[in-house]
Design a protein around this ligand. Structure first.
Ligand code: UTP
Ligand code: MG
Length: 620
C-alpha cells in the first residue's frame, strides 16, 4: 500500500529533466556492464578449455565448434600444449578486457550519477532563490539543507550504485544461465538452487531491518542537532551554566546512537554470516555434484571448475540485489521530498511588471494585511510620503512596524487597499527593480562570513576603497574597523560573532548606503547603538540622503522627533500621525511615550548616569 502510494507520486517529468544530459552514460554504462559480465564468465571457460582440451585432450560437445576450429588453425592441441603461454596470454587478455569494461562502467556511472546530483542541486538552489519569502519563513532551514544534501545523495547513490548493480546482476544471471544450461542442465539447476533462497532471504531481511536503519539515521540526526544547538547557543549555555546538563544530554544521544548502531551491526553480522554459510554450502554442493557427475556422467575437470566458479560469482550479486530492491523505497521518498520543494510555485508578478523610475513618492491607501486570512496585522493604514522625506514609525512590539515595511518591499501583498509608488501600483512594479530601489537595514542584521569590505560592498562589488570608507564613516563604524588588526580585511565570524551587536548594525547601515537607493528603511537598526552615536549617524545621514525617502522604525523618541511625519501604530492601526510638535500637543499614545522617555532621561541624568539608556525601560 505504502509503496503503491509512493510510486504514484514519482514526478516523471522531473526524472526526465534531471536525467536529460546524462542518458548516454546510462546506455554506455549498461553496455559496459554486459560486456564485463561476458568477459568475467569467459575466464572460467578459458581455464576449462585449457584443462580439458589442451592438457587432457578432451573435446567437449558443449564447447562451440568454432573454438576447436580456431585451435586447429593455429597448430592444434599439440602446438598449444607446447606453447601454453598462448592460453595464459588469452586469459590475461580476457582479464584486461574485463578491467577495461569495468572501468568504463564505473566512469559512466560516476558521470551519470554525479551529473544528476549536480543538476538536482543546482535546480534546487535556483528554485530556493525564486520561491516567495513566505515559503522560507515557513520552512525549517535544517530540513531544507537536508533535502538539498542527503536526499540528493540518496538519489546519487541509487543511480550510481544501485541501478547499475541491478542491471549487472540481471546481465550476469542471464549470461550465466545461458552458458550453464547449454553445458549441463542438471548441474545448472544444482548450481543455482540456493539463489532464489538467497535473494528472497536478503529481500525479506532488509525490509525487516529497515526500521533499524531509520532508527540509526534518526539517532545520528539527533547527535548533530544537539551539537548544532549547543554551538549556536554557546552564549546561553555559558551564561546559564548549562554545560553539565548539555554534556549529559549529548552523552545520552551519543550512547543511544552507539546502541542502535551496534544492534544494527549485530543484525547485519548475523545475516551475512548465515547467508555466507548458505553461499559456501552452494559452492560445496556444486563441487560434490560435479565430482559425482565426473564419475557417473563423464563430466570433465574443466566443467567442474566452470560450475564451481559460476556458483561463487553469482551468490554475492544476488544477495546484494535483494538488499537493493528492499532499499528502493528510499530513493523514491527522497525524490518526492525534492519534488515537494520544486513544485512550490516561484514568486510571480501579480501585475504588469513595469519598470518605472523610482523617486520615492509613496502612498498607502487604506492598506490592510494579515499573515493569515482571519487575523489582520495591519488595519486600514493610509499615509503619504514625498521624495526626500523622513517617515518615522513608532509602536509597541508586535504593532506591525516590520510588517508595514515588508509590504513596501512586496515580500507580502496587502490584502486590501493599495500601495502606490511614484504613481504606479506596487503590484505592477517588477519585484527585482522594486527591491533594488529599496535599501534596508534589518532588525537583526545578517552579515556574511566574509571580510568587512566584502560585506559592505556586497551590492557593489567594484566599489572603490573611498566609497566603502565613506559609507562606513557615515555609519560611524570606520574608526572601529580601522582599529582592527586587519582593518577592512577582518573576516566577520559565522553570523558576525567577532563584532558587537552595535558594530554589526553599523556595518549593515554602511552596506545599505552603498546601494544608493531612493527609498531607505531602518528597521529598529540603531537599537544596539548608544544615543550619541545614533545622533551622529543620523546627522551624517541627513547630509547625504536629501533625495531618499527614509523610513525609520524606532522606539526612541530622540531618533524619531526630527521626522517629517511620524506614524504611531497600535495593534496594527495607525492611531496618530504628524510631526513631533503636533503630536506632543495632542493627548495620545505619542505624547504619553514621549513623556515617559523624557522622565526617564531626566532621572538618569539627574542620577549622574550618562544618557546611554536603551528602550527596554519604557515598556514599548
Ligand atoms: P511585526 O513583526 O510587524 O511587529 O509583527 P513589529 O511592530 O515589527 O514588532 P517589533 O517591535 O519588531 O517587536 C506584527 C504582528 O504580526 C505577527 C506578529 O505576531 C505580530 O503580532 N506576525 C509577524 C506573524 O503573524 N507572522 C510573521 O511572520 C511575522
Ligand atoms: Mg519589527
Amino acid at each position: 500500500m505504502e509503496s503503491k502510494q509512493q510510486k504514484k507520486k514519482i514526478n516523471w517529468k522531473l526524472v526526465g529533466t534531471v536525467t536529460f544530459g546524462v542518458r548516454r552514460y546510462f546506455v554506455l554504462g549498461s553496455a559496459a556492464v554486459l560486456l564485463a559480465a561476458l568477459t568475467a564468465y569467459a575466464i572460467p571457460l578459458i581455464t576449462s578449455f585449457t584443462v580439458d582440451y589442451v592438457i587432457a585432450g578432451e573435446k567437449l560437445q558443449t564447447m562451440p565448434s568454432v573454438v576447436y576450429g580456431w585451435a586447429e588453425k593455429i597448430g592444434g592441441r599439440d602446438y598449444l600444449r607446447s606453447n601454453i603461454h598462448i592460453m595464459a596470454l588469452i586469459l590475461i587478455a580476457a582479464a584486461l578486457l574485463n578491467g577495461v569494461f569495468t572501468f568504463i562502467r564505473g566512469r559512466s556511472v560516476a558521470l551519470a550519477s554525479e551529473g544528476i546530483a549536480k543538476v538536482i542541486r543546482d535546480t534546487l538552489y535556483r528554485h530556493l532563490q525564486a520561491v516567495p519569502y513566505d515559503y522560507h519563513k515557513h520552512s525549517s532551514t535544517g530540513d531544507l539543507v537536508q533535502r538539498c544534501t542527503s536526499d540528493v545523495d540518496t538519489i546519487r547513490r541509487f543511480v550510481g550504485v544501485q541501478l547499475l548493480e541491478i542491471v549487472r546482476t540481471v546481465a550476469m544471471l542471464i549470461v550465466a544461465l545461458i552458458i550453464m544450461f547449454s553445458m549441463h542442465a542438471f548441474m545448472a539447476l544444482i548450481t543455482t538452487a540456493a539463489l532464489p533462497v538467497l535473494f528472497l532471504s536478503s529481500f525479506v531481511y532488509f525490509r525487516k531491518v529497515r526500521k533499524q536503519f531509520t532508527l540509526s539515521d534518526e539517532a545520528e540526526g539527533k547527535i548533530s542537532s544537539t551539537l548544532q544547538e549547543n554551538l549556536t547557543g554557546v552564549r546561553v549555555v555559558r551564561a546559564f551554566g548549562q554545560q553539565g546538563s548539555e554534556i549529559e544530554k549529548f552523552t545520552r544521544c551519543n550512547a543511544e546512537y552507539r546502541d542502535v548502531t551496534f544492534k544494527l551491526i549485530k543484525m547485519l553480522g548475523f545475516y551475512w554470516g548465515l547467508t555466507d554459510i548458505l553461499a559456501y554450502g552452494q559452492i560445496c554442493i556444486t563441487l560434490v555434484a560435479g565430482v559425482i557427475l565426473s564419475v557417473t556422467d563423464g563430466f570433465t575437470l574443466g566443467q567442474v571448475m566452470v560450475f564451481t566458479a559460476y556458483a561463487g560469482m553469482l551468490t554475492w550479486p544476488v544477495r546484494q540485489m535483494g538488499r537493493i530492491l528492499a532499499d528502493l523505497g528510499k530513493a523514491t521518498v527522497s525524490l518526492e521530498r525534492i519534488d515537494e520543494i520544486l513544485s512550490h510555485p516561484a514568486e510571480t508578478e501579480p501585475g504588469k511588471a513595469l519598470k518605472p523610475v523610482i523617486k520615492g513618492e509613496i502612498e498607502f491607501k487604506n492598506v490592510c494585511f494579515g499573515y493569515d486570512a482571519y487575523d489582520d496585522v495591519l488595519k486600514d493604514i493610509s499615509f503619504k510620503a514625498c521624495p526626500g522625506q523622513t517617515i518615522a514609525i513608532l509602536g509597541s512590539t508586535g504593532s506591525g512596524k516590520t510588517s508595514l515595511v515588508q509590504l513596501l518591499q512586496r515580500l507580502y501583498t496587502c490584502t486590501a487597499g493599495e500601495i502606490i509608488i511614484d504613481g504606479v501600483n506596487i503590484n505592477d512594479i517588477d519585484h527585482r527593480l522594486l527591491r533594488s530601489n529599496i535599501g534596508i537595514v534589518l532588525q537583526e542584521p545578517f552579515l556574511y562570513s566574509r571580510t568587512i569590505r566584502e560585506n559592505i560592498s556586497i551590492v557593489k562589488p567594484d566599489a572603490s576603497d573611498e566609497e566603502v570608507y565613506n559609507a562606513a564613516k557615515i555609519a560611524a563604524v570606520h574608526d572601529v574597523i580601522e582599529s582592527f588588526e586587519k582593518k577592512y580585511d577582518t573576516v566577520v565570524g559565522e553570523r558576525g560573532v567577532t563584532l558587537s551587536g552595535g558594530q554589526k548594525q553599523r556595518v549593515a547601515i554602511a552596506r545599505m548606503l552603498m546601494q544608493n537607493a531612493p527609498i531607505l528603511i531602518f528597521d529598529d537598526s540603531m537599537s544596539a547603538v548608544d544615543t550619541e552615536t545614533d545622533a551622529a549617524i543620523r546627522e551624517a545621514l541627513n547630509k547625504r540622503r536629501k533625495s531618499s525617502t527614509t523610513f525609520i522604525i524606532s522606539h526612541r523618541i530622540t531618533t524619531l522627533c526630527e521626522a517629517d511625519n511620524i506614524l504611531v501604530l497600535d495593534g496594527g492601526r495607525l492611531v496618530q500621525q504628524g510631526k513631533h510638535e503636533e503630536l506632543l500637543k495632542v493627548d495620545g499614545l505619542y505624547a504619553r511615550i514621549a513623556g515617559i522617555q523624557n522622565m526617564l532621561e531626566q532621572e538618569l541624568n539627574g542620577g549622574g548616569v550618562k544618557s546611554e539608556h536603551r528602550d527596554q525601560g519604557t515598556g514599548i
